[in-house]
Ligand binder design. Structure first.
Ligand SMILES: NC(=O)C1=CN([C@@H]2O[C@H](COP(=O)(O)OP(=O)(O)OC[C@H]3O[C@@H](n4cnc5c(N)ncnc54)[C@H](O)[C@@H]3O)[C@@H](O)[C@H]2O)C=CC1
Ligand SMILES: CC(C)CC(=O)C(=O)O
Ligand SMILES: [Mg+2]
Length: 371
């Protein structure tokens, strides 16, 4: 298959993790005889610096014309520490999602057996956890009207949802539940928010089309607690934009690291694949960031084009790297491997050349090794 893939590495660790995802995709192309054509484009703080805009027109054009987009991360302390900045890297990502109509952000989470005892949570609480978060991505408070008063003493952000915006992601989430464990949990704050009451009303209505699905509801404050107390209760989680953003970072702790969580952002005509983490500026240039979220996002890209065997080859390589402790410091306190080491292991493994990696790097897996 020939695929035109727009690559948006972005800021901070974005370029480092995207480089590893590209290595994995190149290995897949070689092994399975596909042609993946990559076109780089800038977004975020780097794009502000180079082109004066966090989403230059040229980038949007490349994304519109591509079959799929692989995105790294955006954000820079220069802007994070300046609340009065007029132009911000994050606007690039938000505008891209909105322009391409990427309304559903799908964030799966499962547990690697080899990491169970490294989690901050008890093994019996997390063993077997397997759920997916459907986060609405192009509406809600991140996209509502916002303003700071002229005298700088008052500000507001409006949270607004339409029935159409709720319905389209709800159908995707119910369909996912149908092929999973048939449970869907709507997370909202309908005891307080009008938008949440609209969500609840619509979901109850839509659920009539999906009679085999066991539907339940949680208020977001309780959900934040339940994710840590009993994460096994979840199968498909459906929620609005900001709740999904916050809860998925919290949920990543269950897996062992946010550096493991991939996502797919799906629209009618476009699809973008992105790790859930940010630009982790403290790690920029240190070659320590976990590339697995970006690599697993590339696997979700392959799934999107029905290249399931290829996606599975990436996931198997990831599982093997974790099993062998060939992981970055966030997952492992003894064997510290670099971002590029992990990426090289994955591509070698995909090409059936596991031993090449050990020999090339003179690695004795029986010892603590710092590269
Ligand atoms: N999708 C995106 O591009 C996102 C961008 N951001 C932006 O990123 C910048 C930093 O934001 P933070 O709140 O610090 O969130 P962050 O996700 O960049 O980092 C939070 C913490 O998570 C861990 N972490 C993140 N990615 C990791 C990786 N690949 N490997 C190992 N550990 C990892 C680190 O401990 C880090 O301190 C900000 O400018 C923010 O606006 C934040 C979230 C998402
Ligand atoms: C710019 C932010 C909305 C990005 C973010 O935190 C996310 O999408 O998870
Ligand atoms: Mg986030």
């Amino acid at each position: 298959m020939k695929l035109n893939i727009a690559l948006l590495p972005g800021d901070g660790i974005g370029p480092e993790v995207i480089q590893q995802a590209v290595k994995a995709l190149d290995a897949i192309a070689e092994k399975y005889n596909h042609e993946f054509i990559f076109t780089y484009a800038s977004i975020g703080a780097i794009a502000i610096k180079e082109a004066g805009s966090p989403l230059p027109d040229a980038t949007l054009k490349i994304c519109t014309e591509a079959d799929a987009i692989l995105f790294g991360a955006i954000g820079d302390p220069k802007y994070d520490n300046n609340p009065t900045a007029k132009i911000r890297p994050e606007e690039g990502l938000l505008k891209l999602r909105k322009s391409l109509g990427l309304f559903a952000n799908i964030r799966p989470l499962s547990i690697y057996d080899a990491l169970i005892h490294q989690s901050n949570l008890k093994a019996e609480v997390i063993k077997g956890v397997d759920f997916v978060i459907f986060r609405e991505l192009t509406s809600g408070i991140y996209f509502g009207e916002k303003e700071l008063s002229a005298d700088g003493t008052e500000a507001f952000d409006v949270c607004k949802y339409t029935v159409e915006e709720i319905d389209r992601i709800a159908h995707l989430a119910f369909k996912s539940a149908q092929i999973r464990r048939k449970k869907l949990t709507l997370i909202d704050k309908s005891n307080v928010l009008e938008t949440s009451r609209l969500w609840r009303k619509r979901i109850i209505e839509i659920s009539k089309n999906y009679p085999t699905i066991n539907l339940d509801f949680l208020f977001v404050d309780n959900a934040a607690m339940q994710l840590i107390l009993n994460p096994k209760q979840f199968d498909v989680i459906l929620t609005e934009n900001m709740f999904g953003d916050i809860l998925s970072d919290e949920a990543s702790v269950i897996s062992g690291s946010i550096g493991l969580l991939a996502s797919a952002s799906i629209g009618i005509n476009s699809a973008m694949f992105e790790p859930i983490h940010g630009s982790f500026p403290q790690a920029k240039g240190k070659n320590i960031a976990n590339p697995l979220a970006a690599v697993l996002s590339a696997a979700m890209l392959l799934d999107h084009f029905q290249l399931h065997e290829e996606a599975e080859a990436i996931r198997t390589a990831v599982e093997k790297s974790i099993e062998l402790n060939i992981t970055t410091p966030d997952l492992n306190s003894t064997n510290h491997f670099s971002t590029t080491n992990v990426g090289s292991f994955l591509s070698d493994f995909i090409l059936d050349d596991e031993n090449t990696f050990y020999n090339k790097n003179n690695i004795d897996l029986g010892q603590s090794t710092i590269i």
